[in-house]
Design a protein. Structure first.
Lengths: 108, 108
């Protein structure tokens, strides 16, 4: 946890979020600026800045996050969906705690 | 390998592609319809229809594909980039052999 990270604050419960899933490693909650009718984030509990900061020790976690996407997307009523990771400011990353966007269902 | 899959044909060498990386598990090659100045695909050699068809046996492979993205993106000169998986026709998937789009560097 880092004290200035909004996702760490959500994980700590000091900032609210509409949580749709949680286990020992990750949580998922709705994006506050949805780009689609359904748009949630899969976020690891471990604070890692982004995909560039990941190494072999994060391989299982990254795989787990992707495997969760279809399960949670189906629970949210999506037939098809997109999974997106933005890396670096030039890649559109806004929160520097790695997260997978999962979205679909048409324009919000 | 399935005989009607364009990515399996690229893997078999019967359809050409501008390959930028290959190892025992995956290849990466430039997208033929780039959405950005740099746009390549990371494709497993194993034919899996898409993310919905993945299970725990694919966790390592999925993690490996994501870990490869920053390495190859840097080699292609990208500082920031996006990694995207489209799942299902409703999710924009066009080739039903799982692949990670990696792109960045501005409009093509």
């Amino acid at each position: 946890m880092t004290t200035d990270c909004i996702f760490c604050k959500i994980l700590a419960g000091t900032i609210p979020a509409k949580k749709i899933y949680e286990d020992d490693d990750v949580i998922a909650f709705n994006d506050i600026k949805p780009m689609a009718k359904v748009h949630f984030l899969i976020v690891p509990k471990l604070h890692v800045e982004g995909l560039k900061a990941c190494d072999i020790s994060h391989q299982n976690l990254l795989g787990k996050m992707l495997l969760l996407a279809p399960k949670l997307a189906a629970e949210q009523g999506l037939v098809g969906f997109k999974t997106l990771i933005n890396t670096g400011r030039e890649g559109g990353q806004e929160v520097f705690h790695i997260h997978v966007h999962v979205f679909g269902g048409g324009v919000a």
